[in-house]
Design a protein around this ligand. Structure first.
Ligand SMILES: [Zn+2]
Length: 238
């Protein structure tokens, strides 16, 4: 009854607009059709979209030149204006009603990796940032994805040991330098297959640091699943 009452006072809004919808975590059909779900062909390593003629297992030029520390990364959505709104509402607004639906998209995008995973781990946030914001959106996504995939998750498998400046506005190489050595694994994960979960894959610098830390701790495979992925260099400045 309380939820019915609160629906009257604060009716559920679409995840993408002010439109009133019949239940939380819903997107109206017109905007649903505009979401850009990523599909093959994608780089086998970092999940970057490849030209139509690419074969399975192909890598993008960047991964072919310099293989990342993680085995593979994939994302549900291309990072565009709609994905940006979903992520900012989650990250800055603390809006949680989209989590079950985001988790379903991520579970579908990362199905193969999730099947093999021993556990999921959120990309970590430094405690001082956590103290200001009071939540880590990557942990929320991991918890929801654990529920959707039936896999366990370890909230503190990765910790941020140094607070670095925000990644926003940094180039790819600046991001790698900014995040290098800032993330550590807490515990030994010998022979484990770990799926790291984050909201958005921008340059991959954070996941690179997570993968290095997990490998140091003995992990056999490190994969990443994110809600969205930057597919145009211009979108890195977020
Ligand atoms: Zn790649």
């Amino acid at each position: 009854m309380i939820s019915q009452l609160s629906d009257l006072i604060w009716p559920p809004r679409s995840l993408l607009s002010e439109t009133i919808v019949d239940r939380p975590g819903v997107i109206e059909p017109q905007l649903w059709g505009e979401l850009r779900f990523l599909s093959q062909p994608l780089c086998a390593c970092c999940g970057f979209p490849l030209p139509d003629h690419a074969a399975e297992g192909d890598r993008c030029a960047a991964c072919a030149a310099d293989a990342p520390a993680y085995d593979s990364a994939c994302a549900a959505l291309a990072y565009d204006d709609h994905a940006r709104k979903l992520i900012l509402d989650l990250k800055r607004g603390g809006r949680r009603d989209g989590l079950p639906v985001f988790a379903r998209w991520m579970a579908a995008a990362g199905a193969e990796r999730l099947d093999r995973a021993d556990f999921l781990a959120p990309a970590p946030m430094h405690w001082t940032r956590l103290a200001v914001r009071s939540f880590n959106q990557a942990a929320w996504l991991t918890q929801a994805l654990a529920r959707a995939s039936g896999k366990p998750w370890k909230p503190a498998a990765l910790v941020r040991v140094k607070r670095r400046r925000s990644q926003a506005g940094l180039s790819a190489s600046e991001r790698r330098r900014n995040v290098g050595g800032a993330i550590k694994a807490s515990g030994r994960f010998k022979g484990k297959t770990v799926v790291v979960v984050d909201d958005v894959f921008t340059t991959g610098a954070t996941l690179e640091a997570c993968a290095r830390a997990l490998r140091k701790a003995g992990a056999a495979e490190v994969h990443a699943v994110t809600l969205a992925r930057v597919v145009r260099p211009a979108d890195i400045l977020i």
